[in-house]
Design a protein around this ligand. Structure first.
Ligand SMILES: [Zn+2]
Length: 516
């Protein structure tokens, strides 16, 4: 996309119109027109009340001229932001997807857990997605294949991969790979990159005994293929080895091998060291690194109960106890007895734990370069089964972050007032797009609200917007409020706060596919 920043900035400063077309606009020129909206573009920091003209998938005009199209949206009082790009969505199923749309998201990717084979993931999503979609190469799923012999078929979490590896002893999580096994893992990772995977997802926190030299090999592969790393780092701990030490390991790989790095949910892992970790990342970036921190706006985390994170000593490591843990399916608070029972009998079942202090979460929320990622898990019914697409809103059990991350974040950030609106919205759109644009050039046209960009647009009411999902049973998957209209690739997928049925404009976000 060819942009002219200076023109945009000068015109907006003068309060004049900004337009992609100089000739008079005719009604038929636009498919959709959004009138009287406060347009905020995080890249140029444009913040002005104007009109948006859309044709096909593209924004073709941002202008103070009177325009109208085949479809007109009066957006008086609303903010138009670039559609939210969530790089951290494990719930790649249709139910999770539609709740994400009602939370303002127009792209929902899974870069943390990722997929293997990458091509199977893209085949699974093709033609049936509301939002844009994408995946990294999932290092953990290379391990389930090589160490446990369990295939994940590109949709690891939906395919009950972790239930199957429980039967083989979860070797992916606990076994030390041999040299020959590392060779096989590397081969799978390279194949994934050649299939257009977006970075390499290293969830080493789930296999904390992994060989350090094996991870260095992965970083070298990332460099060789001009890719990047994303990570759920080792250790969630206030004591040594600390969560901060785990993050330092990945910063070291990124700077040593000169690859960009996305550190998922920094406060979740760094805990009381969140401020120190963000200072370290800032310092590395001042010296030329490209490291991005991420967070979700909640003080509790969630994963499967068989996880290594809960091995003996977790109370001291995370400063919490049994009554800080909730079993997702029933909403019950655990005791020593039920904790041991579920960990033994249902290792793949999900729990929620209260282990993040609000002050640490707020440090990340106020940092202008820490992006938002929901880390949304799948929502399940009372028996732990995945909810079907048409299950009612609110029927799902799971961490509320899957439903309310962006609504909750906006409410908190606007009320907090530490950051300007363009900076608040950079964390939901422009910064995630920027991280990906080297690997997926189409991202240069997303995460921006500019002429020539894709028409991924989220329109919200700044007074009303909020996350409605909570920890209480029955409220986990309630949709956010205040997201009045959402467009994906020029098509309206949310209108007047309601999901538009049977509209599936989502496109793949994918790297270049290389010949073998
Ligand atoms: Zn994670």
């Amino acid at each position: 996309m060819k942009r002219n920043f200076y023109t945009l900035i000068v015109f907006s400063l003068l309060g004049l119109f900004v337009s992609g077309c100089s000739q008079e606009h005719k009604t038929t020129e636009f498919d959709v027109v959004i009138n009287g909206v406060r347009v905020i573009d995080p890249e140029t920091e444009l913040d002005t009340i104007t009109n948006i003209g859309i044709k096909g998938k593209e924004i073709v005009a941002i202008t103070s001229e009177d325009i109208s199209g085949s479809k007109n949206i009066d957006a008086t009082g609303l903010i138009a932001a670039p559609g939210f790009i969530d790089l951290h969505v494990h719930g790649q199923d249709p139910y999770s997807e539609k709740i994400g749309v009602l939370d303002g998201r127009t792209s929902q990717l899974d870069l943390e857990a990722g997929a293997i084979p990458v091509s199977a993931y893209y085949d699974y999503k093709a033609g049936k997605s509301i939002t844009n979609y994408g995946t990294s190469i999932g290092h953990a799923f290379a391990r389930t294949l090589v160490l446990d012999g369990v295939e994940s078929h590109g949709i690891g979490l939906l395919n009950h991969t972790l239930e199957k590896t429980a039967a083989t002893g979860n070797l992916w999580a606990s076994a030390l790979a041999t040299d020959a096994q590392l060779d096989q893992i590397d081969k799978l990772v390279v194949e994934g990159l050649k299939e257009g995977g977006l970075g390499i997802g290293l969830m080493v926190g789930y296999y904390p005994g992994a060989r350090s030299d094996g991870l260095a090999r992965i970083a070298k592969i990332a460099k060789q293929y001009n890719s990047f790393l994303t990570t759920h780092t080792r250790y969630i701990s206030l004591t040594q080895p600390s969560g901060m030490l785990g993050i330092q390991e990945m910063i070291s790989l990124a700077t040593s091998y000169d690859v960009p790095l996305l550190v998922h949910h920094v406060p979740t892992n760094a805990l009381a060291d969140t401020k120190a970790v963000l200072e370290m990342i800032d310092s590395a970036n001042r010296h030329g690194a490209n490291i991005v921190g991420e967070m979700f706006p909640y003080d509790r985390g969630s994963t499967f109960i068989g996880t290594e994170i809960l091995k003996e000593g977790w109370q001291q490591r995370m400063d919490m106890d049994y009554d800080d843990i909730t079993w997702v399916e029933t909403g019950e608070t655990l005791t020593e007895e039920t904790f041991n029972k579920y960990r033994q009998e249902r290792p793949e079942g999900y729990f929620i734990m209260r282990h993040i202090k609000e002050k640490d979460m707020l440090v990340a929320l106020r940092h202008p370069a820490v992006i938002i990622g929901s880390d949304g898990m799948v929502f399940v019914d009372d028996d732990g089964q995945l909810l079907p697409k048409d299950a009612p809103f609110g029927a799902g059990n799971g961490h509320p972050r899957g439903a309310g991350s962006y609504g909750s974040y906006l409410r908190m950030a606007i009320d907090d007032g530490s950051l300007s609106l363009p900076k608040i919205l950079a964390k939901t759109s422009y910064l995630p797009a920027k991280l990906l644009e080297n690997v997926a050039p189409s991202m240069k046209k997303r995460g921006r609200l500019q002429v020539g960009a894709y028409s991924d647009i989220t329109l919200f009411d700044p007074e009303l917007v909020d996350g409605m999902a909570g920890y209480e049973s029955g409220s986990n998957s309630l949709p956010s409020k205040g997201f009045m209209h959402v467009l994906v690739n020029g098509q309206i997928v949310v209108e007047n706060g309601t999901l538009v049925a049977n509209t599936l404009p989502g496109e793949p976000i994918r790297g270049e596919i290389l010949q073998n």
